[in-house]
Design a protein around this ligand. Sequence first.
Ligand SMILES: [Zn+2]
Length: 467
Amino acid sequence: MKNIFIAISIFIALISCSKTKPNKQTQQTVNKQDSTIIKQLFNTSLTNGKSYEWLRDLTSNIGGRLSGSPEAQQAVEWGEKLMKNLNFDNVWLQPVMVPHWVRGKKEEAYFTSNNNKFNVPICALGGSVATPKNGILGEVIEVKSLEEAEKLGEKLKGKIVFFNRPFDATLIETFRAYGGCVDQRVNGAKVSGKYGVLGVIVRSMTSSIDDIPHTGTMRYGDLTDTEKVPAAAISTKAANLLSEKLKENPTLKFFFKQHCKTLPDAPSYNVIGEIVGSDYPDKFITIGGHLDSWDLGEGAHDDGAGIVQSIEVARLLKLNNIQPKHTIRVVLFMNEENGLRGGKKYAEEAKKNNENHIAALESDSGGFTPRGFSFDTSEKNYNLFMSWKSLLAPYGLRDIKKGHGGADIGPLKSETISLFGYKPDSQRYFDYHHTAIDTFDKVNKRELELGAASMASLIYLLDTYLK
Ligand SMILES: [Zn+2]
């Protein structure tokens, strides 16, 4: 398998060599100019960057900004004002209706076994219903998968179902570990609800063993109102302890209480800023992250980082006197976390207005040290993007490969667009993801700035070479 791959790579290299040979001189000149400009973009971000101070402002002065909340509205106004102050050619708000779920009073949980009481750090999952006013007390059935819960079927009746499949710690890319577990959080209640269970608790989505519960979205699918049971996440430490105690005492009792509810959909906005292209004003390159965040923390890594980096891309281009040929749009998407309504709305409007979107870049993997980009594109552009590897590698951007672009830009997917995801180092992301400790102090200034410059470099290359 590997040998075939090497043979194919050599073949491709030979073909591309023979193609570029007559233009070798031009190719080298262009690359030299590209590497000079990329170096300037990094220099500017690292010596005169604004992303970190913007993030401080967004996270410290507004904080968590769940869709439909007053903080989400403040964030919309914050983004609009900032882009206007930066003299974007056009700045506007794109209306979108968003889900409006509220957590209410802090949740409580404990379990008792052999007359000992163990307190459990817990948080409701986004979209969950509340428990009855006095909470839920019941026996627990531990399962490791949705399939296992399905198999138990009627045996789950009257119990609290405990989904406890941990992250696979051997996976180097932690998003893959998350992807391997998150079905429990999203669909645990949907699968168990039809069997008359009391509620659902799920092990937090992290490989870190600590006392921090991680929220996140969940769905009931087509369950009836009576089948919709409360769902919550418990910390990994508590999940380990509960699992251990269940082995000693399978009839131990677990209690939890939560007060969340879903209100009617609320009006909100995507915030859009535009630099009009000099040569192809009707061809668009979108850069974005999501402006909403979960309510528990400050939404610093998820996704305040992506927001300030996206805005900084436009500022870095301007500061370096780079006039884009295509129209560059910076989009602060609303409601990625619990509905993706902003991403869907943006794509819907683009289609309605017959806009020609040639590329989009999303930053929603935290503000950590740059590692690369994943991209979803046609075969035609594949070789072009791979040819940029040597330009990006000096900045730690070595992981350039096919893959997912991002949730918010996903709805823009078409035959012709190229979708990119910015990929920073993933080792610490799930320590903070969707928790009370996703706060400004967890973001490193240089790492954030390197990310903004990485994104600006890619946008510069796309604008220069993409047709
Ligand atoms: Zn996110």
